[in-house]
Design a protein around this ligand. Structure first.
Ligand SMILES: [Zn+2]
Ligand SMILES: [Zn+2]
Length: 67
């Protein structure tokens, strides 16, 4: 999984629900998952990684539904 550059102030919408991504949250399911095959970003809750602890999801390659 890609790491989001938290220094940027650009707001990136979730490619699934279009709601703003928030990299500064303690809620695992609201954390961001970046597709390794395209430049899209998702809430973890908007991917099939929902229910997977973030620290485990973060070390896996993620391929989104659109890829
Ligand atoms: Zn979402
Ligand atoms: Zn993708």
């Amino acid at each position: 999984m890609k790491k989001q550059n938290t220094k940027t102030s650009d707001k990136i919408p979730c490619a699934n629900c279009n709601e703003e991504l928030n990299s500064d949250t303690d809620d695992d399911d609201k954390k961001n998952i970046g597709c390794d095959f395209c430049d899209k970003w998702y809430h973890k809750k908007c991917t099939n990684l929902i229910g997977t602890p973030y620290h485990i999801a973060a070390i896996q390659d993620y391929k989104c539904d659109k890829c």
